[in-house]
Design a protein around this ligand. Sequence first.
Ligand SMILES: C[S@@+](CC[C@H](N)C(=O)[O-])C[C@H]1O[C@@H](n2cnc3c(N)ncnc32)[C@H](O)[C@@H]1O
Length: 259
Amino acid sequence: MRPGAMWSLGDYAAAGDRWAEASRRLAREQAAPGLAVLDLACGPGPLAIEAARAGAAVTALDAAPALLDLGRRRAGAAAVAVEWVEADMTAVPREDASFDLVASAFGCMFAPEPEAMAAELVRLCRKGGRIAVLAWTPASAFGAMGPLAARYLPRGGGASPVERWAEPERVREVFADLPVRPVFATRTVDVVWDGLDQAVDEITGRNPAWITIRSAVEPTGRWPELESDLRGLFAARGRSENGRFVLTVEYLETLAQRP
Ligand SMILES: C[S@@+](CC[C@H](N)C(=O)[O-])C[C@H]1O[C@@H](n2cnc3c(N)ncnc32)[C@H](O)[C@@H]1O
């Protein structure tokens, strides 16, 4: 299935809004008035909208039209201007060096060829500009979900590009042939649901990646086992707080300045 069709399944925003603070924080820290910012694989645009609020000139790109439409409505409600572009993030229809900040929150990590994706990030970035990428660490509950699902997928899911963006050593490899030297910070975001049941139901029922996993695993008869393992993963990593279920999820922030 093409990425735009896959990510239009379910309701990504229902789940993704719960960790959108990580994207907004990146925008608050990196965007500034007058900067040209690209939010690559923007989804419903939390990074893009926050960067526009900070006064940046923002372009937001994604392959999923439904998510772009939602982003457009949200930007309208927030009274900020964002240019929304439907395109593939691996071949962005913009000139070289178009942006001061090329950012991707939990997005470019899905590109099937990480080195080619990194080259595209560098191509789009102006000299002196910055690249910023967020990805869940393997130690985090969200980072552990992919390997967990792979154990149940009929063909094992293959090597995942996501992990290449999740640890400093591996990200350095991705940028090895490019004229940038990334620096790293490990950060966390608290993801809050009404309870553990809601967390599992929402991730498996509304998150497009898990809807796709579920439809591949259900025919094998092992979906209940996978769902139970996911519940166990969340239960082990999460906590109850004021009657709500909270997962503190770790992610790697990669920043690279283009010389
Ligand atoms: C986990 S979501 C992250 C969305 C957003 N950055 C956020 O923080 O909420 C991944 C996004 O990557 C987009 N995506 C995946 N593959 C893509 C591709 N090849 N081209 C453009 N967008 C893509 C999906 O449509 C989806 O919006």
